[in-house]
Structures are given as C-alpha cells and as structure tokens.
Design a protein around this ligand. Structure first.
Ligand SMILES: [Zn+2]
Length: 277
C-alpha cells in the first residue's frame, strides 16, 4: 500500500467533514510507552510476583481483587499511575486537540484508554468521554455514594516493586473505606461511571456525524470498533489507523491507514492543512 496516497485519500475524507467523532484505543497510547497488559507473558515479565500466584491482568483489574488481594490490586494501579506519569502524551494528542479546538466545527473524543492522556494533554474537558474511566480519578470501593474525585498525586500509595504489594491506600472521604480507581474493571458492578461525560457524548451523537476516525483499536477491546461499525452502517466514512492490518477485520473500511497512531496523525495533519489552504 502506497502510504502517502492513502494518507491523502483519508485526509480528503476528513477535510469534507464539519463534525467528526474520534475514537481512540490502546494503539494511541502505545506510542507514549503505555503498556496494555493484553499479552500475559509481557505482563508477567513486568510483574514476576503475579506469575507465581497465577494472577493475570483481568484478575487484578477486578473489584474481587480490591476485596481479596488489595495489596496487589492497588500495586497494579499504582505502577500504572507512575508509568503514565513518567511518560508523556505524544504530539498526536496535541494534533487532535487542535483539530477539536480549531479545525473542525464539531468534534468529540471517545476513548477506551484509562491513562487520562487526552485530558492531560489539554483536550477540552467537555469534548472527551473516557468510556472506561480514568486512573486519575478515584471512587469508594463500597461505593457509599455516587461520588468520584480527581487524585493526581504520584506517588499515591507506597509500592514495593519486589513483591508488587502496595500500602497506605487512599480512602473515601465520606465513609473511610478504601478508595479505588474510577475505572471500569472486569465484572465491575461497582463502577460509578461519569454521567457528565456520558451526557455530553449522547448529545454530540444526536447530531449528524460526517466522519469517524478510529485509532489503535485491536478488536480485543472492541467498544470503539462497534461504534465505528454503527456509523459505517449509516454511510459515514471511517478512517482506521492501525499498525496491524488485521485490526480492520471488524470494520473493513477502505480508508485504512496501516501506521502507528502518532505518525499517522502527523501525516494526516500535514495533508489536511495543505488541503485547507
Ligand atoms: Zn465511601
């Protein structure tokens, strides 16, 4: 595939849109060195103590773990908070923010990532839905109320890297129970959700969407793929950015860009500005 001509084709589709929905998944954060933990061996290599206990990522990203393996459960998230804090949102995030603020009449970012990088890179707060939550917010483990709150502190807990056990957990300001990340975990009936973000997204999609941009979705967490399919079925063009061409198997769009997220956004941005001038 000739990448530069395909970039231009995709940029043309976007340049015709007034209203654009941007869907971001793990591949977007991968260029900022955020690991996904989908691969069991890669995950255990980072966390040897979990290998001997047979604890996989989905066992710890789980309300069960916050009841039964609290030290490990918080260690897993504390590690991820520190990792996300040591890394930076790459320039692709800033390109998207400029598109949202200046280039398109109406744009919205819907992300499955929990690293909070869209908001951390300065995305307009009323233009983002973090559908799986954010590691930079907390809620009560019980939960005793529908409240959640920002918690940017790093470090937040004590973390022993050798045992992957955390201590000094944050607590709920209302009832004193242990707090947990405001993240949708596996089998999670206690996740509070984010009614404001949900409301803003609902009102955005009530109006016509002219183009959809899907970035870095593998199909392993297909939330964004299904949204993209929903719009494709209504005749909306969908540009799919993914290093792996097999990631287009659900969507099967002709506007596939087989590139990493950051490089694709830089190339599209360049092509877009030449088209608009
Ligand atoms: Zn509470």
């Amino acid at each position: 595939m000739e990448n530069s001509s395909q970039v231009l084709r995709c940029a043309k589709v976007l340049s015709l849109a007034d209203s654009i929905l941007i869907l971001t998944s793990a591949g977007m954060s991968a260029d900022s060195n955020i690991p996904t933990f989908r691969d069991k061996e890669g995950y255990w290599k980072n966390f040897p103590p979990f290998r001997s206990k047979g604890l996989e990522a989905q066992d710890l990203a789980n309300p069960w773990a916050f009841e039964n393996e609290l030290e490990h459960a918080w260690a897993f998230y504390e590690w991820r908070r520190r990792n996300a804090n040591e890394n930076q949102p790459h320039p692709g995030y800033h390109i998207l923010n400029r598109w949202v603020d200046e280039v398109f009449e109406n744009a919205f970012i819907h992300t499955t990532n929990t690293d909070g990088y869209h908001l951390r890179s300065g995305a307009a707060a009323d233009r983002v839905k973090e559908v799986h939550g954010s590691m930079w917010r907390l809620q009560c483990t019980r939960p005793c109320s529908g409240d959640f709150w920002d918690e940017p502190a790093v470090p937040l807990c004590d973390l022993d890297y050798d045992t992957m056990k955390a201590a000094n957990f944050p607590t709920c300001p209302h009832c004193g129970a242990v707090a947990r990340p405001h993240i949708l975990m596996f089998g999670d009936a206690q996740y509070i959700g984010h009614p404001e973000q949900e409301k803003r997204f609902s009102s955005f999609v009530q109006n016509p969407v002219d183009a959809v941009l899907l970035i870095g979705s593998s199909g392993a967490v297909p939330t964004n793929d299904y949204l993209a399919v929903h719009f494709r079925d209504q005749g909306v063009p969908v540009v799919n950015i993914n290093l792996d061409s097999s990631a287009n198997s659900i969507l099967r769009t002709e506007f596939m860009l087989e590139m990493p997220g950051k490089a694709a956004l830089e190339a599209l941005d360049k092509a877009l500005s030449s088209l608009k001038n």
